[in-house]
Ligand binder design. Structure first.
Ligand code: ATP
Length: 262
């Protein structure tokens, strides 16, 4: 589904990605876990074709970038990021913003097809936000906005769904509601690539994890093999114990270790 091979990315004389290899197969859902500035968003933007590698190749859904019409391919790729939200019109009602997702438009300038309206309403129902359908996008809370963006990304029936820190800025309650929606709505025929720096966001839906440290993938594979304290120490520079609870990993920081380490 997604194959990054020997990717290097250099900008402004900075080597941002070093020899990145990532192979995501059908039926797998991946989390890329790493600290701020480690290169996670850069990887996602490369999968979306917004950045081109300085060397190496990117293949998505069997198409190699550089030889394919990206506008066409992007119809099969859903992307949830803060920067997309900022491009949408905050005065538009929620259902209309949702409907634009079916066509990858930012706004409608003609009558909205009934089919798109009905699908928007159905997806709003599935994330439990039907009651907000006529409310202007800009008036929604952070948690509501994120869920609308998740539902909007599914309007075009993507084969690949890319999420860049979809829970950032959410309180515990809203984060858990968002993660529940991700768990419920994604997966079925959609390959998910999810970026975060929070270990506990690795929901049961996710099968694989890639750990990134300063632009290098230091481990990648099935989550139970990769989420090991010694590898997480390298990523976060904080000694941790990991506990699995209800199918999710939870990190406990070893305080003395932090002091020794600092
Ligand atoms: N076009 C560019 N020119 C120069 N440096 C860049 C460019 N794009 C990204 N970077 C740098 O590359 C590094 C990785 O950025 P990236 O946004 O991919 O990190 P991230 O892991 O997503 O971080 P965060 O978790 O904070 O969002 C950062 O240090 C950033 O400043």
């Amino acid at each position: 589904m997604i194959k990054l091979s020997n990717i290097n990315f250099i900008r402004e004389q900075r080597h941002i990605l070093h020899d990145v290899n990532l192979h995501i197969r059908e039926g797998e859902n991946w989390v890329v876990l790493g600290r701020n500035g480690s290169g996670k968003t850069t990887i996602l933007e490369m999968v979306n074709g917004y950045h081109f590698p300085s060397s190496g190749t990117v293949e998505v859904l069997g198409h190699r970038y550089g030889t394919v019409d990206l506008r066409e391919l992007r119809r099969s790729i859903g992307y949830i990021s803060q920067s997309l939200f900022e491009k949408l019109n905050r005065a538009d009602p929620v259902w209309e913003v949702m409907a634009t997702g079916a066509y990858a438009y930012l706004r409608f300038y003609q009558e909205i097809p009934e089919e798109a309206r009905l699908k928007a309403l159905e997806l709003l129902e599935r994330v439990g936000l039907s009651h907000l359908k006529d409310q202007p996008l800009g008036t929604l809370s952070q948690g509501e906005r994120k869920k609308v963006m998740l539902a909007r990304s599914l309007m075009a029936d993507p084969k690949v769904l890319i999420m860049d820190e979809p829970c950032s800025g959410l309180d515990l309650y809203e984060r858990e509601r968002m993660l529940k929606s991700v768990q419920e709505l994604c997966g079925h025929g959609i390959t998910v690539l999810y970026v975060t720096h929070h270990i506990e966001e690795i929901m049961p839906l996710f099968t694989h994890v890639a750990l990134i440290e300063q632009g290098r993938i230091i481990a990648a594979g099935p989550k139970h093999e990769v989420l090991k304290p010694e590898l997480l120490l390298r990523v976060f520079d904080v000694p941790l114990e990991l506990e699995w609870f209800q199918g999710r990993p939870w990190a406990k920081v070893i305080q003395n270790g932090v002091e020794e380490h600092a």
